[in-house]
Design a protein around this ligand. Structure first.
Ligand code: CMC
Length: 393
């Protein structure tokens, strides 16, 4: 294995060629299919950005309408799957449920999950809209199951995020009313998570896809990869960290000192690629502030987050390591204000990332030259030795 180059954590290894998203980490630039994230955040919507990410172009009006219709028509889950929820203990983590459910979903659509590339691709448009729609329904059903509430059926008249909030929070004795722009804030949150180059979960989706696995199985693997606290799980960890700081009566100063000594990690800070401010964090920071203001709400956690950010941006430890807030730093404050429980935060990330996973699966599946991903290793184990019989050890 002398000629194999080793690159810990693939810091400098291009694993694929891709047309989907572009990042310049030094300058803090993110573009989807060439469009800057700031412009999309200002003018686009989650479903439109999803189409852009998946199909490569901003859709014409009738295409976008057709896609929206498709998503609406696919919102409900086969009743056979309702029973799967009964099998989980109520304290099961929503990410475990989501991954299992997405993989199980494929079993209800054998023609779309054949693991025959041509056949799966022939159904691609249907599968993409179905997954974008149903991932949201599964998330809401998971929450209802955990709360011991009956499932709320999707309402086909509502838009994507409105329908999600309805399935989460409506009660038989009172429909959910969005009186503080929650659907709009959630739409922005999802859009800002739509795709992000070869992150851990997207690379996982591509890895699984490269072996020829269907889209359901591939995104189910993506959910597992996203779960960890260094990746999507960071959005849960940030709020837990902010709450702990608040409960300890710390204004953030003590925590920063602990992080510098290596005793704690400032969650929501740092990024493998961004060595400048994460452009998504900039947009979400503003959005969190606007949202709380429009709700007339004050969240001490936002104040702590802002103080932590300020302190870190002035501190040599963070400056010299080029550690800046990432997408997870402010997103939890928005989700919390909407009323999403902390345990569901990473599931919300998964709903947002679904278009990126789908687009990356498509890129692999459509490429006739794509090879199975099969990295090599540097072997560091024992050299050859002779077997010792059980009684002689
Ligand atoms: N707090 C304190 N120190 C940090 C942090 C942090 N959040 N992140 C990195 N460092 C230090 C690290 O200890 C190392 O110091 P030294 O050079 O003295 O050993 C240096 O900065 C370089 O860090 P690294 O671990 O080599 O960086 P990485 O590229 O391997 O990891 C990361 C990137 C995002 C996993 C890491 O910064 C981290 O764990 N951040 C906190 C978790 C987080 O917010 N994750 C979300 C990432 S963005 C969205 C997503 O992917 O979901």
């Amino acid at each position: 294995s002398g000629c194999i180059t080793f690159d810990e954590g693939y810091g400098n290894t291009g694993s694929c060629q891709s047309d989907i998203s572009f990042i310049d980490g030094e300058k803090g630039i993110l573009r989807h299919r060439g469009y800057p994230i700031e412009q999309l955040a200002e003018h686009s919507s989650f479903l439109e950005t999803a189409m852009l990410v998946i199909y490569g172009e901003l859709p014409h009006e009738e295409c976008l309408d057709a896609f929206r219709q498709h998503v609406r028509r696919n919102a409900s889950i086969h009743t056979g799957m309702h029973h799967h929820f009964d099998g989980f203990p109520s304290d099961a983590h929503p990410m475990a449920i989501l991954s299992a459910m997405l993989n199980s979903l494929g079993a209800y659509y054998p023609e779309m999950s054949s693991n025959n590339r041509d056949q799966d691709l022939a159904h691609f448009d249907e599968t993409a809209a179905l997954l974008i729609s149903k991932v949201r329904t599964i998330a809401a059903m998971t929450f209802r199951m955990k709360m011991g509430l009956p499932f709320e059926y999707p309402d086909h008249k509502r838009r994507y995020t409105e329908n999600f909030l309805h399935m989460m929070f409506s009660e038989p004795y009172g429909e959910y009313v969005d009186d503080h722009g929650a659907a709009e804030a959630l739409d922005l949150f999802l859009m800002l998570h739509a795709d992000h180059e070869q992150n851990c979960s997207t690379s996982t989706v591509r890895m699984v896809a490269s072996g020829g696995a269907n889209l359901f199985a591939s995104v189910s693997a993506g959910v597992c990869a996203l779960w960890g606290p260094s990746h999507g799980g960071a959005n849960m960890a940030v709020i837990k960290m902010l709450e702990e700081i608040h409960q300890d009566g710390d204004d953030g100063t003590r925590f920063i000192e602990a992080a510098k000594k290596g005793e704690a990690k400032l969650m929501g800070f740092g990024h493998r690629v961004y060595k400048n401010y994460d452009p998504r964090a900039k947009i979400l920071g503003k959005s969190a502030e606007n949202m709380l203001q429009s709700m007339g709400m004050q969240d001490p956690l936002l104040d702590i987050a802002k103080r932590l950010e300020q302190a870190a941006l002035e501190d040599d430890y963070f400056v010299s390591r080029k550690l800046y807030p990432n997408v997870d730093f402010y997103s939890g404050i928005i989700l919390k204000a909407i009323g999403i429980p902390v345990e569901m935060f990473t599931v919300m990330f998964a709903i947002g990332r679904m278009p990126g996973w789908i687009a990356n699966w498509k890129e692999i599946a459509e490429n006739p030259k794509s090879r199975i991903h099969r990295p090599r290793q540097i072997y560091t184990g024992e050299t050859q030795r002779d077997y010792v019989k059980l009684g002689d050890r």
